[in-house]
Design a protein around this ligand. Structure first.
Ligand code: SAH
Length: 250
């Protein structure tokens, strides 16, 4: 079996830090021992958010913790070289779940749920704890070494002053006509881009004054072509294109 397949079989656990010897406690210990019914001798991977996978063997399963032995520390190659932050306007129902899951698979490192003018009132309470759990599950499944952070919900008006810290801002706007996403990404010096912000509207799209606030901040709106995509499709499509164009799909 290829290394990738072997690692796929091993369960991945995200921990704040790795102790010596490594242990799993709390929910992770319960999950491993009771749900997965792991046994001494089984292997697991510990990720502490530092870009390394620690391959460990279970030494002992105690009442309150699982004791591990560190076998090998290997670099996790699955993280993208660029850091992508998604500003995801809040969508209806479980669309937010879908986008957080897919954004995690596609390599986003930070997600802000955003309340825009056209987000409906009854959709405005976002369960970020739940979204963080979804991100953690997706990160495990796709073999990442870190879990993207789903931040607390922000208002659209907070965005313009947050954008200064990014090398590139991608703003798909349903009424943009002049510049395509392709044209936009072709014109930039990709080697200089280390951090990207992606700002996508909700089902209702962006209000004129929201678009103006972004263009006043120097952001260029781009079109995704002739068809209007659903908000969840637009989030996933733009992240895919950004990862592809910035050469993260090798
Ligand atoms: N209700 C709006 C569409 C919103 S689509 C209307 O009818 O005009 C949701 C979001 O997806 C948009 O705000 C935008 O960010 C993105 N989007 C969808 N299709 C797009 C396209 N063809 N070009 C640019 N952005 C698009």
């Amino acid at each position: 079996m290829a290394r990738h397949d072997v690692e796929e079989e091993m369960k991945r656990f995200f921990v704040d830090k790795v102790t010596d010897p490594p242990v799993l406690s709390g929910e992770q210990h319960k999950h491993l021992s009771l749900v997965l019914r792991a046994r001494p001798g089984d292997n697991v991977i510990l990720c502490a958010g530092d870009g390394y996978d620690r391959i460990c063997t279970i030494k002992d399963i105690r009442r309150n913790e699982t004791l591990l032995t560190l076998r090998e520390k290997v670099r996790n190659e699955s993280e993208p070289d660029i850091s992508v932050t998604l500003f995801m306007s809040v969508m209806k129902g479980d669309k937010n779940d879908l986008v957080v899951q897919k954004a995690t698979e596609l390599g986003a490192c930070e997600i802000y749920p955003v309340i825009t003018k056209f987000v409906q009132n009854h959709e405005r309470v976002v369960k970020t704890e739940r979204l963080n759990k979804i991100a953690a599950e997706a990160a495990k499944q796709c073999g990442r070494s870190m879990v993207p952070i789903v931040r607390d919900t922000i208002n659209f008006k907070d965005i313009p002053c947050m954008l200064g810290g990014f090398d590139l801002v991608v703003f798909p706007y349903e009424n943009a006509r002049e510049l395509s996403l392709k044209g936009f990404l072709t014109a930039i010096d990709k080697s200089a881009v280390k951090s990207v912000a992606v700002v996508v509207g909700s089902e209702g799209g962006f209000a004129d004054d929201e678009t103006l606030a972004l263009t006043n901040a120097g952001v260029v709106p781009v079109t995704l072509g002739k068809r209007i995509l659903r908000a969840e499709t637009a989030n996933i499509a733009v992240l895919s294109v950004v990862m592809y164009e910035l050469e993260q799909w090798r």
